[in-house]
Design a protein around this ligand. Structure first.
Ligand code: GDP
Ligand code: IMO
Ligand code: MG
Length: 423
């Protein structure tokens, strides 16, 4: 048995939560490998919508176990709210949700530092979700972090105090006006820590290795998207973890040789929340129409998502970085009703026509070059079989498959679990 991997190929919000939920029936274990509560993974079924932040998207299935891996950063306060959201569904999370001792904790002062850092950047801000992600990963790589396993040990509160005090002096150093009541934040934090402690902590690398030996199947769930990867994304407008395939190895302790399928998820168009370059962005009525039909508002912050045409230059790059073996196209229904559809197939980069992602894709250097295709009018949301697809949609799919040289195995035609068509 092996590990399959599912990750976003764009700037996040591709629909990872929905597809993990759909695929969970095929797996014994679902394991989140990076990111934290900056993620908002939406699942819809039986007329109810759920947004998960740190908890893997397999949690609503009785059969599977859900693991929060060492690569994830956990905010106990957000996590406890997530658990409360699960209560009406009678989920036995004490046995079905396991947490790596090596996962790092987001402290209240990490959130404050995130806010101070962004405020100090002014116009150059990253557009962070302000969940403390950057500062927590900085403390991880700086070897100062506090991990889940620490809260089982004596003396961790002294370590906490020293770190929080250091953070407070750093906040002062930013010289920005950030109002906060740390006593109140810490009260909430330590209460949440007690609830967190009632869950099962594991040495997840050991647990997963053992599971593989026993023939269990594992689906690794990514957060964010490949273009937000700390190394390969549109730096510095990225998140602070490796969102790409390699992040699953380091974020779970899984050997690369164990990985079999790499499912790459993309929207039939492109969206981005926060700052940073976006060559195919549409600042006109067409973009506004996509945002409206696609209900493009961030699941975490509620911010409007920027919308634009599909960018095959970027998609080819992320397929290659991740070694994608199967593609899944999401939100195809949103493109119904456009007379024509554009697909970016190359860039004009400083006067040269190129087909690879250059060092920078800032607007002043890059102009997208498009292929135009005929749109379709039919509503896809009630379709259940590819035989019902309009010819123009088939043409769109075939064009992408030819360019990307990877099969598109799932077409999603709506937010609900059932609106998923296999090819
Ligand atoms: P994730 O972060 O990758 O899990 O994606 P998000 O949940 O942040 O954003 C995806 C949004 O699109 C959610 O509101 C989903 O309910 C919705 N969604 C997912 N697939 C489809 C689809 O095929 N069509 C439509 N219209 N909405 C979808
Ligand atoms: P999911 O898992 C979309 C973006 C933020 C910002 C940048 C850095 O739901 O796809 P951070 O809070 O990490 O410091 O923000 O990354 N971002 C996301 N955009 N989906 C996400 O997660 C995101 N997580 C972070 O908007 O531009
Ligand atoms: Mg999301």
């Amino acid at each position: 048995m092996a590990v399959d991997l599912l990750l976003g190929l764009q700037w996040g919000d591709e629909g990872k939560g929905k597809i993990v939920d759909v695929l969970t029936k095929n797996y014994d274990i679902i394991a989140r490998f990076q990111g934290g509560p900056n993620a908002g993974h939406t699942l819809e079924f039986d007329g109810i919508k759920h947004v998960l932040r740190t908890i893997p998207s397999g949690i609503f299935h009785n059969k599977s176990v859900n693991v929060i891996g060492n690569g994830v950063v956990i905010d106990p306060v957000v996590f406890v709210k997530e658990l409360e959201g699960l209560k009406p569904f009678n989920i036995d999370y004490k046995s079905k949700l396991l947490i790596s001792r090596k996962a790092h904790l987001i402290l209240p002062t990490h959130r404050l530092l995130d806010a101070a850092s962004e405020a100090a950047k002014g116009k150059a801000k990253i557009g962070s979700t302000l969940k403390g992600i950057g500062p927590t990963y900085m403390d991880k790589t700086g070897r100062n972090g506090i991990r889940v396993g620490d809260i089982e040990m004596d003396g961790w509160k002294e370590k906490y105090r020293a770190l929080a005090d250091k953070h407070e002096s750093l906040i002062y150093f930013y010289k920005v006006d950030i109002q906060y009541d740390l006593d109140e934040m810490e009260k909430e934090f330590f209460e949440a820590i007690e609830i967190l402690k009632s869950l099962k902590f594991i040495d997840s690398e050991e647990y997963l290795r053992d599971a593989i030996k026993k023939g269990k199947s594992i689906l690794a769930e990514g957060a964010q998207g490949s273009l937000l990867d700390i190394d390969f994304g549109t730096y510095p407008y990225v998140t602070s973890s490796n969102t790409t395939a390699a992040g699953a190895c380091t974020g779970l302790g899984i050997a690369p040789t164990m990985i079999k399928e790499v499912y790459g998820i993309f929207k039939a168009y492109t969206t981005r929340v926060g700052s940073g370059p976006f060559p195919t962005e549409l600042l006109d009525d067409v973009g506004a129409k996509m945002a409206k039909i696609g209900n493009e508002f961030g699941a975490v912050t509620g911010r409007p998502r920027r919308c634009g045409w599909l960018d095959l230059v970027a998609l080819k790059y992320t397929c290659a970085i991740n070694g994608v073996t199967q593609l899944m196209m999401m939100k195809s229904d949103v493109l119904s009703g456009f007379d024509s559809l554009k697909i970016c197939t190359a860039y004009n980069y400083k006067g040269d026509i190129i087909k690879h992602l250059p060092y920078t894709i800032e607007e002043e250097y890059v102009t997208p070059i498009y292929t135009e295709m005929k749109g379709w009018k039919q509503d896809l949301t009630k379709m259940s079989d590819t035989a019902q697809f309009p010819q123009e949609l088939n043409d769109y799919i075939h064009f992408l498959e030819k360019e990307l040289e990877i099969a598109i195995k799932i077409i999603s035609v709506g937010p609900d679990r059932t609106q998923t068509i296999l090819r």
